[in-house]
Write a protein of this length. Structure first.
Length: 290
């Protein structure tokens, strides 16, 4: 396939590297500095103490022959790129949170997919990504589309799985993100500490109970199990929200916790713990902004 990736963050770089042996890849960067470095030096992937270099082509926009565009930008950058998408047959969105689902459903494209990614990847510099643990990417149809895309995209070491419901898939991912990201950002803790520290774990369990109250198809037990499984699987990882806070960047708080609070308000469900967490992280962002 001819695949164009918009966004050269950790996941954009990782996906480009993993697909490079099987597909024709172009990647679209936000800065010329990153574009020039990728073209000159390629993508550098560090995994389990080993380094690999993957040559890659950059492009300012999707080439005419593109079969699939993968939007790998943070959710708050989506509105800016949606205005300039060329006509292609298929789109895949791999954002955190839930609020982008309504946005992408309205796009005038034949095949639209949403993805949920559990790979542990961190961007070290403009061309380097550190892989801290391989997971998988779940893909669900938002509009049109077929399950066959999973077989087209996966490789022996790059796993994809089909999900029947985009909404439920994104809720599952959001549940883990909504608990782990803001707590670790506030506590400056690695993911595993939420499961290891009994007081942190108790706070996480309270949040899991609120998630189950908002989404009737979830139980407190299933959410808690899923969240702590992710904490243990990614124990050494720093969450993306913690990395954003440390770097003084805008977080995806509104896309993750904000979307949860909106769902709760629509259903008339009280979520005091998440409301408190939301305002504390907002305050932290404002403090960093000064």
């Amino acid at each position: 396939m001819n695949i164009h990736i918009i966004g050269a963050g950790a996941l954009g770089l990782f996906f480009a590297a993993e697909w490079s042996s099987r597909h024709r890849i172009t990647i679209q960067t936000r800065t010329n500095v990153q574009r020039k470095r990728l073209e000159k030096e390629g993508i550098h992937v560090i995994e389990q103490g080993q380094s690999h270099i993957y040559p890659v082509q950059t492009a300012a926009a999707a080439p005419p022959e593109t079969d699939l565009i993968v939007a790998a930008v943070k959710q708050y950058h989506l509105p800016g790129i949606l205005q300039h998408l060329p006509k292609v047959s298929s789109l895949l969105f791999i954002q955190n949170g839930l609020s982008h689902l309504k946005l992408i459903q309205q796009l005038p494209f034949s095949n639209i997919y949403a993805g949920s990614v559990t790979h542990g990847a961190a961007k070290i510099d403009e061309r380097t990504v550190q892989v801290n643990g391989r997971g998988q990417t779940k893909i669900a149809c938002v509009k049109g589309g077929e399950e066959a895309i999973v077989r087209e995209l996966e490789t022996p070491v790059f796993s994809f799985q089909w999900a029947e419901s985009a909404y439920e898939m994104l809720v599952d991912k959001m549940a883990a993100n909504a608990v782990i990201n803001p707590l670790t950002a506030l506590l400056h803790a690695k993911n595993g500490e939420l499961a290891e520290n009994s007081e942190y774990a108790a706070a996480a369990e309270n949040l899991c109970a609120e998630i189950a109250a908002v989404f009737p198809f979830k139980t407190k037990e299933s959410v808690t199990q899923s969240v702590f499984d992710v904490c243990r699987q990614t124990a050494a990882n720093e969450s993306s929200m913690l990395r954003d806070i440390k770097a003084g960047r805008k977080t995806e708080l509104d896309a993750i916790v904000g979307a949860l609070l909106e769902e709760a308000a629509q259903r008339g469900v009280e979520t005091p713990a998440f409301s408190l967490l939301y305002h504390l992280i907002k305050g932290k962002e404002a403090e960093l902004g000064r």
